[in-house]
Design a protein around this ligand. Structure first.
Ligand code: ADP
Ligand code: ZN
Length: 514
């Protein structure tokens, strides 16, 4: 497809002058018939990636989405642009559903939005439909490794075998590498082309504070910004309600939002927040998916989030207008314990625990926090961001190049097959049963870091992970793998700065407060 045709379609049907990063290449890939995985941050412009091909392709585009509440809006806005679209979900009568299906058979609609639970209605008509593209929105919902698992998504894998020659476009804003692989695998994508837009949101400031006297800190914070709306994420429903009460007592317009409240109350709070009639929402993670409010000026995490994907998506709800916005995360030892308990009792506990560990390491970081977040999503950033608490108030560093070389070569010697603790044992020349069982004492570099304490090695390795030189393979027993950037240190003389970390003192008051 020529670039000119795509640009004309973009302008005439959607009113946009140019494509956002990746949109055009994604569209071209789909039009060439290839399966595609598109990872773009919220607000990055995912919809155009299937709406525009839908106009060009001869048949129907099926859009699978979990957001039933938003389908009507999406379809209405397509209609406003003169594009024929409909939706099918459980909010409709069977007559309505039949009406839409009949009209799809006669190619009356270019796009149909459908909830995964409702796909069975369409299933019966599949033979009579001319389907050109299947778009799966919020594709991370298929992965029980992610934070937003929807059981109905797990059935979507059959679509590829049912329509082997129809391209599938999977879209998501949140996927670490493990989740990405899981999405492709479960959807049976054939050799998918993957596009990852930059996740950088430079306008969000990043800050982590110890969770001491949180309520007072929050009140002070909000009092400094009387007209700015924000979201406070809490771990439990009870905390959202208690916190909202405390804020109200201090003259702040705050409301609680969680999945235990009835639909009406939730919809009302959401509307008031969107229309600036309620300044602060104290919410569980139930709040936010699909909420389109561009001027959220700050997001606070009252509790440590479960993992970095969730955290990044939640802070991403601030500053969608591109103007500066603040984010603050409170780190509490009590939260870590509680989250560890939840994780170890839930599905895929080893993966969830490892992800929580990563979240904790982020909170304990001593290097630019944005670099850590972006490296988690596979982006290596050279410059420090200047807009996080570490950049603004940096710890002192020493030349840790030799230490980094030792650690990274140990990972090479161990064939990238061992978790952090074994690497530290290996570096320190520990004589434990596991080392001997594997005969690791025979390998070159065994014991080259015997002069450094266990605790320090642990910290240095975490710093190397945070710097993007190595990574934890959650889905493979937490083995430490090298990233392509490790070779810069091993072979190209790249200097690495490390810092000695002072172990965090846990304040007794914190446990009491939590
Ligand atoms: P996502 O689904 O990735 O969160 P959307 O598809 O809803 O994002 O797009 C976010 C906003 O950006 C929408 O208001 C959309 O109209 C707008 N948008 C998308 N693509 C473009 C573009 N090429 N130029 C200008 N605005 C765009
Ligand atoms: Zn920074």
């Amino acid at each position: 497809m020529t670039s000119e045709i795509l640009h004309t379609t973009l302008k005439e049907n959607f009113g946009f002058e140019k494509f956002r990063p990746n949109q055009e290449t994604i569209i071209n890939t789909i039009l060439s018939g290839q399966d595609t995985l598109a990872i773009m941050p919220t607000g990055g412009g995912k919809s155009i990636c299937f709406q525009l091909p839908a106009l060009i392709l001869p048949g129907i585009t099926i859009v699978i989405s979990p957001l039933i509440a938003l389908m009507k809006d999406q379809v209405d806005s397509l209609k406003t642009n003169g594009i024929s679209a409909c939706f099918i979900n459980s909010s409709q009568s069977s007559q309505e559903q039949k009406y839409y299906i009949d009209n799809l058979k006669t190619n009356h609609f270019k796009l149909v939005y459908i909830a995964p639970e409702s796909l069975s209605y369409l299933d019966m008509a599949f033979n009579e439909l001319n389907i050109s593209l299947i778009a799966i929105d919020e594709a991370h919902c298929i992965s029980s490794w992610g934070h937003d698992f929807r059981p109905a998504y797990t059935n979507l894998g059959y679509l590829k075998s049912r329509f082997p020659s129809t391209p599938i476009l999977a879209l998501t804003a949140t996927a670490d590498k493990a989740t990405r692989t899981d999405i492709s695998k479960q959807l049976n994508l054939q050799n998918p082309k993957t596009f990852i837009a930059s996740f950088d949101r430079a306008n969000l400031s990043l800050e982590v504070r110890p969770a001491l006297d949180r309520v007072k800190q929050i009140i002070d914070f909000i009092e400094n910004k009387p007209n700015e709306s924000g979201i406070i994420y809490c771990l439990s429903r009870k905390t959202t309600e208690e916190l909202a009460e405390k804020l109200k007592k201090n003259g702040i317009e705050a409301k609680a939002y969680h999945a235990g409240l009835d639909n009406e109350t939730r919809a009302k709070t959401q509307d008031q927040f969107i229309n600036d009639d309620c300044q602060v929402v104290c919410a569980t993670i139930a709040f936010g998916m699909g909420i389109d409010k561009s001027n959220v000026r700050w997001v606070i995490h009252y509790n440590l989030p479960k993992n970095i994907e969730g955290y990044y998506q939640e802070i991403g709800r601030a500053g969608r207008d591109g103007l500066p916005a603040e984010t603050v995360l409170f780190e509490s030892y009590a939260d870590v314990i509680q989250l560890q308990k939840f994780a170890s009792e839930g599905l895929n506990s080893d993966i969830q625990l490892a992800k929580l560990d990563r979240m904790k390491q982020y909170a304990d970081a001593v290097s630019c926090r944005r670099k850590i977040l972006l490296s988690y999503f596979g982006e290596l950033v050279k410059e420090n961001c200047g807009n996080c608490d570490i950049c603004k108030n940096p710890p002192t560093f020493f030349d840790g190049t030799i230490l980094a070389q030792k650690a990274l070569s140990a990972i090479v010697r161990l064939k990238e097959s061992e978790p952090l603790a074994v690497i530290v044992d290996f570096l320190r020349g520990s004589r434990n049963a596991y080392i001997y069982e594997k005969n690791y004492q025979e390998l070159k570099t065994y014991g080259i870091g015997a002069d450094v304490s266990w605790y320090d090695w642990n910290q240095y390795l975490i710093q190397l992970i945070n710097l993007g030189y190595c990574e934890i393979a959650f889905h493979q027993h937490n083995k430490i793998l090298l990233t392509p950037f490790a070779k810069k240190v091993l072979f190209e003389g790249e200097k690495v700065k490390l810092t000695t970390v002072v172990k965090k003192v846990i304040d007794k008051n914190e446990a009491k407060e939590a």
